[in-house]
Write a new protein. Structure first.
Length: 278
């Protein structure tokens, strides 16, 4: 754990002088100046990304940019969807939000079945409190959604580690679903628990498709990722349209409301940011 903390601290020290954890929202057209002189990349931007997305927001590339981007995008979508604690009327999204809070509240006890320490409650409680705070109409969107994640160390890291624990629990509780165990054992030669310990929970490990799929299924959302480089552009949605909805109790409408939340990320080589569709 100390080695992980030291490695993450070194990464942060290297980038903190030039980049905020979470940047201001900007027009996607401003990306053109970033890639000035890179004609293949500019072509991909002009033909594909700019027509589909109006704004983007950067997050720092410190090894956890996927989890920070996802957490903020999910929080903004819930907040703008009008969720509230014990909210009325009982909209489909409200029911989905309440169910999400229940799942996160049970994280620590469910992980203990697999030998995890009850001390993980520090992280699961941080994530739960953050999600509950989205429903407070008195505080601004900036304070509720952005400020808790725009901090090095402490609360922000605890919230994001809570998301890693969501990912871990999904993989451990349902290893056969979506072929998690087949992928892990075939690609890494590890059982799912060993792979979770090695590739999911270390605080500086970025997420690949299997982790992204797992956290999306745990939260009951669809993550749309616009991937762009100098030669290619494509949209990857996880889970895809053919995958069965994760039920919110027996409420299919609530599950659809969560799945319909606008969660859009931008993937440039090795790095995630947030996107806003036109």
């Amino acid at each position: 754990m100390q080695a992980q903390q030291d490695a993450l601290a070194a990464i942060r020290a290297d980038v903190s002088a030039t980049q905020r954890l979470i940047g201001e929202e900007a027009l996607t057209e401003s990306l053109l100046s970033v890639y000035e002189g890179n004609e293949p990349f500019l072509k991909q931007l002009e033909n594909n990304l700019l027509p589909a997305y109006s704004h983007f927001r950067t997050v720092r590339g410190d090894g956890i940019c996927f989890y920070r981007s996802l957490c903020l995008s999910f929080a903004l979508a819930l907040r703008r969807g009008g969720v509230a604690l014990g909210g009325e009327p009982r909209t489909h999204l409200q029911k989905g939000y309440d169910f999400t809070l229940e799942k996160v509240a049970s994280l620590c006890s469910r992980l203990q079945v697999y030998g995890f320490s009850e001390l993980l409650s520090d992280f699961t409680d941080a994530l739960l409190d953050y999600l509950k705070g989205l429903s407070d109409p008195v505080i601004s969107e900036e304070v509720a959604c952005i400020e808790p994640l725009d901090r090095s160390g402490g609360l922000g890291d605890s919230i994001l580690y809570g998301l890693r624990l969501c990912t871990a629990l999904e993989l451990l509780e349902d290893p056969e679903q979506m072929g998690y165990s087949i992928f892990v054992e075939g690609a890494f030669g590890l059982d799912v628990r060993s792979w979770v310990d090695t590739c999911v929970l270390p605080s500086f490990e970025e997420a690949d498709n299997i982790q992204i799929l797992a956290v999306a299924r745990f939260l009951g959302i669809k993550i749309s990722i616009a991937s762009i480089d100098a030669h290619n552009y494509h949209i990857n949605s996880l889970p895809d349209a053919s995958e069965e909805l994760r039920r919110v109790g027996d409420d299919e409408a609530a599950a659809k409301a969560l799945r319909a939340l606008p969660i859009h990320l931008l993937l440039r080589p090795g790095h995630y940011d947030l996107l806003t569709p036109r």
